[in-house]
Design a binder for this molecule. Sequence first.
Ligand code: NAD
Length: 311
Amino acid sequence: MSSTTTPRVLDGTAIAAEIKSELVSKVAEAKHRGYTPGLAVILVGENPASQLYVKSKVKTCAELGIYSEMHTPHESVTTDQLLALVQSLNERNEIDGILIQLPLPAHVDTELLLEAVIPEKDVDGFHPINAGRLLSGAPSEKVLAPCTPAGIMEMLHRSNIPISGQRAVVIGRSNIVGKPIAAMLINASATVTVCHSRTRNLPEIVREADIVVAAIGRPGFVTPDMVRPGATLVDVGINRITDPAEFNRFFANSPSRQESFAKRGSTVVGDIDPAAFALSSAYTPVPGGVGALTIAMLMSNTVKAAAMRRS
Ligand code: NAD
């Protein structure tokens, strides 16, 4: 069975560029009013993936005119020392957002630290106060919401995908993606079901969805037989694959992927089997879909936090 129309690609890179260009004007406006939005990033130790993420966050701040500073304590830093750092950043007026890059070393109490960031500067939206505000349906301009699900909502809104009254199925129940996107979809009047590792008859439930959000962390978990033709598919997963057999399962017919796989020995695939995209009315590609929006939303939260603290 296939959809009668060609699926629309929801281009995260283009939408992120649009959001960033709007932010340039908002930052200029803030400067005109006498302040510069500022982000402090805490990166503990030398995890190469974290270093890469932080570098691109700092670079994006520079592009948009947002002030940023990096704090890079040694791997052996204690929870108390980190709490003291967060406290000092909480108190500084020129810092509007505090981002603690995860994961932290195992000896550090991550939960305690995330709760130490004052909610007004919690640009990752992980503080229980912000999670509670999101759940209670506070207007989005008054909530600092987690960046990845906020990016998904921006993408759906800006692409005019209907949400109100639609049946949405979220696969995954993490605090970073699954739970907050479920709350946001409910707030936007979708009928939401959340599936997870203990869900019975998962394919049957997913087949009922007008909108599928997959945030599981398993390559190609959502197969074409689980997709209702015409559904919107939102793929949050970022899974690096290196096994040629697994590669061929997804990309046997894609010459461009084959070329890059041969060169690099790896590629990324989402939680949705790319073969399922053909059945959809719209889908987010991997890469270039949801992932492209996360940093733009972090910037947006920083600008929003700066304005909210001064209003
Ligand atoms: P997580 O590991 O915290 O949670 C995974 C969830 O999937 C859990 O709730 C679990 O119940 C569910 N799950 C696992 N196996 C399952 C199964 N067999 N059937 C049904 N549900 C199952 O993951 P996360 O942090 O939410 O991330 C999910 C994926 O999204 C990962 O690939 C991650 O890399 C990606 N991610 C992308 C971005 C982005 O910016 N695009 C941001 C965060 C996470």
